[in-house]
Design a protein around this ligand. Sequence first.
Ligand SMILES: [Zn+2]
Length: 171
Amino acid sequence: MTAQEELLQKYGNPDAPDYNQKHTVLWNPTDDGHAWWANVKVPIYENNQVSGYRPAGAFRVNVDFKVMLHNAFLALEAQNLQGEIETFDGCEVHRHVRNSLSESTHSWAGATDFNAVKNQQVHKPLNQITPADRQGQWSAPFIKCFTDQGITFGGNFIHVPDPMHFAMVDG
Ligand SMILES: [Zn+2]
């Protein structure tokens, strides 16, 4: 079963009018003790370039993914790694996966992107993709705080590693 099929089966169509009310919440991590979130910024784009920033604040997230993220954040704090997150680059985004008719995990608010500018998707022939490409700019312990919670790290995608991407399912 693909990630999209798994999410469809569990939560239904993310474009349904009652999806947000049933399966998502607006979450500001500072409300759950993650005070450092107040320093995380959202880039504002103009003509495909970052023209400024606003505070990340609250974002809409799938209720089950919120629990996973909360636990990953606690793990980051236990090792003082939370400072690696500089920008929040979107959780709930309705868009289609590149070259695919499936919706992205983001459509279910089940994935989040961090530090997108520094962790772009890797478009290279498979035999030229290095472990460093997959890791992006994160430390290895940082990534492990997420994967230990069952969160999929996009850097591990086989063909197009996406190291900005952390998701509740493998997709
Ligand atoms: Zn993503």
